[in-house]
Design a protein around this ligand. Structure first.
Ligand code: NAP
Length: 249
């Protein structure tokens, strides 16, 4: 997808009803794309977002539900996107679960959920999307994490799952070339987890950020836009959007 704009290109963003996913949707829509807004449980937020976008340009967005831990839902989601949009130009694997799993307390349920959302689903979504993306020389962007490279204490399932997603990005960049480019964005501290984080923990993270502040969801969205729209000679790369944290912590 190395065109000068995204007019009428169809992009699927997973986990897109809220937070960073919704910012990616808004940014790509601002630049002309039609958006398949995937959600699992956040139906009201997804429908609200789609209503707003369709108010700006009719039939420019659709809300599509799927549990990405369910293989049949993954297949149906790609079919639903193509049935709605008539094509698929971009896949943004943003959906994720994130929580601590201290050693001694890790269960196979944690594994299924964290590896399922952060690694397995992006792999099988990419596989289902591949023929459609190839047909239009489309592109995949995986939302990774700077903790794919450097471990976050007590996250021995999430971190390795994101590391696998980083390697998947490079693997698929080889396997799907030359028709389909595959890249990633690694956010640093953008939005704090919704289940809370102490002020001390937040301050300690921000001390590690050369730019001295958390990022905004729009910072991640802008990088996704660059990779989908402008980066026609870039594949297999993962760009950190982290205020410089990963160069010196
Ligand atoms: N927040 C940060 O500062 C930060 C830092 C580093 C990396 N990241 C990465 O950036 C991306 C977005 O972060 P975020 O904090 O905005 O994400 P988030 O709010 O934690 O999750 C995004 C969405 O993922 C969906 N989801 C989770 N499990 C799913 C499943 N099994 N099937 C379908 N959907 C599922 C949920 O959809 P529903 O609500 O519809 O159920 C959720 O709203 C993630 O990949 C995350 O790992 C974020």
């Amino acid at each position: 997808m190395s065109t000068a704009n995204l007019d009428n290109r169809v992009v699927l963003v997973t986990g897109a009803a809220r937070r960073i996913g919704a910012a990616i949707v808004a940014c790509l829509h601002d630049h002309g794309a039609r958006l398949a807004v995937h959600y699992r449980g956040s139906a009201d937020e997804a429908e609200g977002l789609v209503h707003t976008l369709n108010g700006r340009r009719p039939d420019s967005a659709a809300a599509l539900q799927a549990d990405l831990l369910d293989g049949s839902d993954v297949r149906r989601l790609i079919d639903d996107v193509v049935a709605w949009g008539g094509r698929l130009d971009g896949l943004v694997n943003n959906a994720s679960t994130f929580y601590p799993t201290p050693v001694g307390e890790i269960t196979t349920g944690h594994w299924d959920d964290l590896v399922g959302s952060n690694f397995k689903a992006p792999l099988f979504l990419s596989q289902e999307a591949e023929p459609h993306l190839k047909a239009v020389r489309g592109s995949i962007v995986n939302i990774v994490d700077i903790h794919a490279r450097r471990p976050l204490r007590n996250h021995a399932v999430y971190g390795p799952a994101k590391a696998a997603l980083a390697m998947l990005t490079r693997s698929l960049a080889k396997d799907l070339a030359p028709e389909v480019r595959v890249n990633g964005v690694s956010p640093g501290a953008i939005l704090w987890p919704e289940d809370g984080m102490s002020e001390t923990a937040r301050e300690s993270i921000l001390r590690q950020v050369p730019l001295g502040r958390p990022g905004r969801p729009e910072d991640v969205a802008g990088c996704v836009l660059y990779l989908l729209r402008d980066a026609g000679y870039v594949t297999g790369q993962i760009i950190a959007v982290d205020g410089g944290r990963s160069i010196g912590w």
